[in-house]
Design a protein around this ligand. Structure first.
Ligand SMILES: [Zn+2]
Length: 311
């Protein structure tokens, strides 16, 4: 069991939608001392839903792991999920991002209460799971900034970027509602122009938040580098955490599947029980020439910054 006085080690994965965070969450959670928790910020919202399943295969509200965590968590803070949600809305909505850039906000009574909730949540996950490293792939830059301000958390920020042409190709496809397969509602495909603009905005906000972290505590990595240079990429993320991920990296690189645990929210991959890393992104076969050119026109400058070449 983890002592309350030890800093809580968190890897926070920040990025845009369809950036590959769900598979990375499970890969980093495969270390014996770690646990992948998925899009943790959505936990209070999905806990009472009849549509949202945990990665272990049952509704989140029926998952014994999360029920025990939630009961201990609320007892430790003498609070309610409603109070926590209200605080999280104040600090984790994108439009609230400037609030946390203001010096002094983190000293407010409300932020101190938010911090109590956050620390207690990770502490209770540690108690129930035995893990000492927590993977939170909520992706949201505002939450990354809020957690950075919470005392008692040793947070490392990973900005996961994916080629916007891959993101656009992934978002083009529509999905029919299938909650047990991890799709909570009908998902309409999104036009490439919309995907490109969202990618740009996410990159801009993520870069802004990244500058609030000390250089040693954050890094940016391409999803494609995880696909193409797996062992070294996973090891370098381990370095960010000061944890040896060599064995995990070699195992994933060799094609071995990783188990998916009690991952909440995230994409449909989390419902597969286990998954392995695919070997390449298939956007060149999916994205038409017109859409590709549009994405490159909208995202070109930032693509260059992140190391992506234009075709
Ligand atoms: Zn579960």
């Amino acid at each position: 069991m983890k002592s309350n006085s030890q800093p809580i080690k968190v890897l926070y994965v920040m990025g845009c939608s369809r950036c590959g965070s769900t598979i990375l969450d499970s890969i980093m959670g495969a270390h014996p001392d770690a646990i992948g928790l998925g899009e943790l910020e959505k936990y209070p919202a999905v806990r009472d839903s009849l549509n949202d399943y945990c990665g272990c295969g049952v509704l989140v509200q029926e998952c014994p792991f999360w029920e025990e965590v939630c009961a201990r968590w609320m007892q430790q803070v003498n609070g309610t999920l409603a109070e926590f949600e209200s605080l999280a809305r104040r600090y984790c909505r994108l439009r609230q991002l400037p609030r946390l850039l203001v010096v002094g906000e983190q000293k407010s009574i409300r932020f101190r209460r938010y911090s109590e909730y956050i620390c207690a949540m990770f502490q209770t996950v540690a108690q129930v799971s035995g893990a000492s490293i927590f993977i939170d792939s909520s992706k949201n830059p505002a939450r990354a900034l809020a957690l950075r301000r919470v005392k008692g958390i040793d947070i490392r920020l990973l900005h996961l970027v994916r080629d916007p042409r891959g993101v656009a190709a992934s978002l083009l496809k529509s999905w029919a509602r299938d909650p047990a397969a991890g799709i909570q509602s009908d998902l309409e495909g999104r036009p490439a122009r919309q995907a490109a603009k969202a990618w740009n905005l996410s990159g801009r906000l993520s870069d802004l938040v990244g500058r609030c972290y000390a250089p040693k505590t954050c890094m940016r990595i391409q999803y494609e580098s995880i696909l193409n240079n797996t062992a070294e990429s996973i090891r370098s993320i381990g370095h960010l955490l000061n944890v040896d991920y060599t064995d995990v990296g070699l195992s994933v690189a060799s094609g071995e599947a990783v188990e998916i645990g009690h991952v909440v929210a995230g994409n449909r991959l989390r419902m597969l029980g286990s998954t392995s890393l695919k070997t390449k992104d298939n956007w060149p076969e999916v994205l038409g020439d017109d859409d590709r050119r549009m994405v490159e026109r909208i995202c070109g400058r930032r693509m260059h910054k992140y190391g992506y070449g234009l075709t």
